[in-house]
Each structure stands twice: as structure tokens, then as C-alpha cells.
Design a binder for this molecule. Structure first.
Ligand code: PA5
Length: 341
């Protein structure tokens, strides 16, 4: 492997420990309880925003207030003194996030920043805003533990979520056991991530989750395939896709034979959604290159979500290797950012 691929694989290998460390970082943050909280907003882009979606999905059945993910320069109108805003940028230099941060300050919101530094770290430091400084040196999308799990610890410390240290510990040990079967030394026929990458190779991955816990994981897989393997991929969610996307599988001709469908499942998916998986699969199975279902592992929500994230992360790096591309650099994003400067 070249240095870049080695770096990505190292970051993946270390994800379990990253999750444990991330909880500690959140527990050490300088935050105090907040009265009359009405909303939580996570503002960020790309690899720094997906943690917001993990929080949104995680918190849906646990928090009394909504979590909104904002991937824009502009914050929603409702943001005000009763809003908690997590401003997240791994580099600290993403212009949309900097703009949203400034707005959050103007609107008098309570802010917590997650970053490695950059302009966001500097601004927050000058403004006396709490900053959770996460370790640098990896791709933002490899820092999903650092950019999500501290938000759970902060919400716990504000009295809004229970102590989740046991869930973090379960997630860490589950990922530690999973990596033994996903690592590069394990050959393809017993390595689920390598098998997936082989099935994705020269095809278009279509990743489906459900609006329980796996919706965000489907989105994560798509982003990882795009950014790590530099390849197209698409995602959607049950039951919504049964009301539109499924109809597209009536398309005649060979086009559908380029699609490889993954259905991400959770044992706690709604029973009607589970039935929908089976019927949908029957309807489109012969039309596409293949369909595979992958079940989440673990008992806690965090472990179930991350067990699926981990397989997708590894698969995207193995796909990059099959395509002969470096998984780390995202030159087209860098070019775009430079041209906007
Ligand atoms: O993973 C990546 O490299 C990107 O998706 C970045 O996260 C995105 O461009 C935003 O940058 P940052 O995370 O530094 O705010």
C-alpha cells in the first residue's frame, strides 16, 4: 500500500479507540447546563456534518427537542438564545461553517465548537466559546468519532441525555472485534468489506437504509464511496423509496444491471419496514447486478450504527484500492475551495 492508503487504514484501525477518546473529550469540555433548550443545531459540511446526522438519528427517540443539521452558510430562522449550536469543522476553515458560526453568535445561541483549530478555533477562542479540540492529522471523514461522540457527552453533561459511557464502551469493543475480520490481511472470501468492494467495482452502489437508525449510515456509505473511492454512489431510505425510487426499477434495458444494491438493516427496524425490505427485494432482484442485506450488530444504538459505518468505511477504502486511487486527498473539493477563495 502507498502511504496514503496506509494512513487511511491506520485511521480506520484506530476508530474504536477514537470513539473512546471522543467521549472523554466531550466529558472534559467546559460546558454548563442550559435552561429552556428548544432545539439543537449541528452546523457543518461533509465529514464534519455526518456526525450531526448521527446525533439527529441517535437522539430522535431520546431528546425532548429536535436536532437539526445545517449544511449551509445560513442558520434557520428559529435559532436564538434557546438553541444549542454545535459548530463543527475538522479543519476549522470551511467557509459555510464560519459563516454559520458568526450568525449563531449574532443570534445569541449557546455554541460549542468541535475542530482541530483553524479560523473557527481562533474565533471561538477569542469569543470565549467552548472549544472541543480534536486531534488532527487524519481526513475529516475519518474523524467521525471525534466529531460526533463528544456531542453526546456534552448533552449528558447538560442533563439532556443519560450517561452513555456504557454504550461507548460497547461500541469500542464491538469495533475492536470487527476490525480483526475487516483488516487488509484477511482475504476476500472471509472479509465482508473486501467482498462488498469487489461487488461495487465498475458498478454503481445504491445504498438503502431505513428511517430508524440506518438512514444516516446509508448516507455515510455513499459519502465514503464518493470521497475515498472517487466513485459515484447513491443512497435512499425506506419507506420513502417505496413511494418513488422503486418505480425507477421498471426501466427497460441494461442500465439497471450496473447497480449493486445494499440494504442496511437494524434488528429494531419497524416490522412493516422489514416486510417492505423483503417485498422490494423480490420485485427488483433480477433487474440489478446484485442485492445484499447487512444486519447491524451490537445491542446499544451507538454500536448498531457504528457496526454498519465501519463495514462501509472499510469497503470504500478497498474500493479505492481496486480503482487504484488514493483514498485520502479530495483534490476536486480542494480545487473548488481554492477557486472560491
Ligand atoms: O471529509 C472531507 O474531507 C470533507 O467532506 C470535509 O469534511 C468537508 O469539505 C468540510 O471540511 P471540514 O471538515 O474541514 O470543515
Amino acid at each position: 500500500y502507498n502511504a496514503d492508503t496506509k494512513g487511511m487504514l491506520k485511521a480506520l484501525w484506530e476508530l474504536p479507540e477514537q470513539c473512546a477518546r471522543a467521549w472523554e473529550l466531550g466529558m472534559a469540555a467546559d460546558v454548563s447546563p442550559m435552561d429552556n433548550l428548544r432545539q439543537v443545531v449541528v452546523t457543518g459540511l461533509g465529514g464534519s456534518a455526518i456526525g450531526g446526522d448521527l446525533l439527529r438519528v441517535y437522539a430522535t427517540q431520546r431528546l425532548d427537542v429536535p436536532v437539526v443539521v445545517n449544511r449551509d452558510y445560513v442558520l434557520p430562522k428559529f435559532v436564538g438564545p434557546y438553541t444549542l449550536v454545535f459548530a463543527v469543522s475538522y479543519s476549522g476553515n470551511t467557509e459555510e461553517t464560519l459563516s454559520a458560526y458568526v450568525q449563531a453568535r449574532e443570534k445569541g445561541a449557546r455554541i460549542v465548537v468541535l475542530t482541530t483549530g483553524g479560523k473557527l478555533g481562533e474565533l471561538a477562542g477569542n469569543d470565549g466559546v467552548p472549544v472541543i479540540t480534536v486531534p488532527g492529522g487524519i481526513a475529516p471523514r475519518s474523524a467521525t468519532g471525534y466529531l460526533f461522540i463528544p456531542t453526546l457527552a456534552v448533552l449528558y453533561r447538560m442533563g439532556l441525555l443519560p450517561d452513555l459511557s456504557h454504550e461507548v464502551a460497547e461500541c469500542t469493543s464491538l469495533l475492536q472485534s470487527m476490525r480483526e475480520k475487516l483488516k487488509p490481511e484477511v482475504p476476500r472470501d472471509s472479509n465482508q468489506a473486501k467482498m462488498l468492494a469487489a461487488n461495487f467495482h465498475n458498478r454503481i452502489p445504491v445504498i438503502w437504509g431505513s428511517s430508524g437508525t440506518t438512514e444516516v449510515v446509508a448516507q455515510r456509505w455513499k459519502g465514503q464511496i464518493n470521497e475515498n473511492a472517487k466513485a459515484p454512489a447513491y443512497w435512499n431510505v425506506f419507506p420513502e423509496l417505496n413511494h418513488n425510487e422503486l418505480v425507477g426499477f421498471e426501466f427497460p434495458g441494461e442500465l439497471l444491471r450496473r447497480l449493486y444494491v445494499v440494504i442496511l438493516r437494524d434488528p429494531q427496524d419497524h416490522p412493516r419496514v422489514q416486510k417492505r425490505f423483503a417485498i422490494t427485494r423480490e420485485i427488483m432482484e433480477g433487474e440489478v447486478a446484485g442485492v445484499v442485506e447487512i444486519m447491524a450488530r451490537g445491542s446499544g444504538t451507538l454500536a448498531r450504527m457504528y457496526s454498519l459505518v465501519y463495514i462501509g468505511d472499510y469497503a470504500s477504502v478497498y474500493l479505492a484500492m481496486l480503482y487504484g486511487v488514493d483514498p485520502g486527498p479530495v483534490r476536486v473539493i480542494d480545487t473548488l475551495k481554492a477557486r472560491l477563495a
